[in-house]
Each structure stands twice: as C-alpha cells, then as structure tokens.
Design a protein around this ligand. Structure first.
Ligand code: SAM
Ligand code: ZN
Length: 151
C-alpha cells in the first residue's frame, strides 16, 4: 500500500498526507524530475512563477520537479517537518520520514530556502507551533527579526 495520498492541504492548495502510519526512516516517495543548471533556471521564464517546483541539489544543479508524474512535488514546507529529502546514489532523491508519522498527518519537509533579502516574499503558513512566518531553512531562522527567542 502506498504510504501517501494527495489531499487538499490547509497549508497551501494540494499536499500529500500519510495514507497509513509511517515509521521513522521509511522512504516514502521518490522526488523525480529533470536535472537542470542554475543558469538554465535563471534564463528560462518558465521557472519564474510564485509556486516553485525546483529542488536545489548543489551550487550547480537543481531538479525541476514540475511534472505530473512527480507527486512529491506537492509536498509543502513546514517549520516542524516530519520528512527530509535524502540524496541516494546521486541524484536520486527520496522523501524520507524523520520521525514516526501518523495516518492522515500532512507530509512536509524543510524547503531549505536561504535567508536573503527577499525572505519576506515567502510567507509560511505551516501552522506549526514554532512557525517563524517565513519559509527559511532551519539553520538560518534565527536571523529573522523577532524569532531568536524561539531557538
Ligand atoms: C512545490 S509546491 C508545493 C505544492 C503546492 N501546495 C501545490 O498545490 O502545487 C511549492 C509551493 O507551495 C507553496 N507552499 C509550500 N509550503 C508552504 C508553506 N509552508 N506556506 C505557504 N505556502 C507554501 C508555495 O507557494 C511554494 O512555492
Ligand atoms: Zn512555518
């Protein structure tokens, strides 16, 4: 039985939820797409929309995950995620549980966005207790004015 289901998320439009209980460490779904360079992403208007389906692999490459067959593209960001993206046999990406997940819980991971001048463009609506209000990677959240006390 598949571990995930598409549903209408409270965070943003569609998301994935657990279709059954999932154990910590379980590989849930592969993140599939096309490998492109940052330069290609910058030069092609296709990648300039508000909703982004780009996954950064490293300084040179990204995965364009904007394909129907890539259901993992629907996973939203959370400041208190239950999944992470593991790179296995580069560049195969697996969405993996970082804790036990109960049936029906929304699946989420830290999008890993850096803290830069436009962090305010990415408002976070994850709704978790420790939500910092913006989609910024965990290690940089202390830089957001007013959130230092939460860490
Ligand atoms: C890869 S898509 C996720 C799937 C999306 N919910 C959908 O239905 O297509 C990424 C986009 O979802 C939205 N999103 C994801 N996590 C979010 C969050 N925690 N708060 C607000 N918007 C979020 C943002 O617009 C982001 O650019
Ligand atoms: Zn949040």
């Amino acid at each position: 039985m598949k571990a995930y289901k598409i549903f209408k998320s409270n965070i943003h439009r569609k998301g994935l939820r657990a279709a059954r209980n999932i154990k910590k460490g379980e590989k849930i779904i592969e993140y599939k797409g096309k490998k492109i360079t940052h330069k290609q992403a910058e030069e092609d208007n296709k990648y300039g929309y508000d909703i982004t389906y780009l996954f950064t692999l490293n300084k040179r490459y990204l995965i364009d995950g904007d394909f129907k067959f890539n259901k993992a593209r629907l996973i939203n960001h959370s400041c208190n995620p239950n999944c992470e993206v593991l790179e296995e046999n580069k560049p195969v990406l697996w969405i993996t549980a970082i804790r036990d997940i109960k049936k029906n819980e929304e699946l989420s991971y830290d999008y890993g966005f850096s803290f830069d001048c436009d962090y305010k463009d990415h408002v976070c609506k994850c709704g978790s207790k420790n939500c910092v209000g913006f989609i910024v990677r965990e290690g940089s959240r202390w830089r957001i004015p007013g959130v230092r006390s939460k860490f």
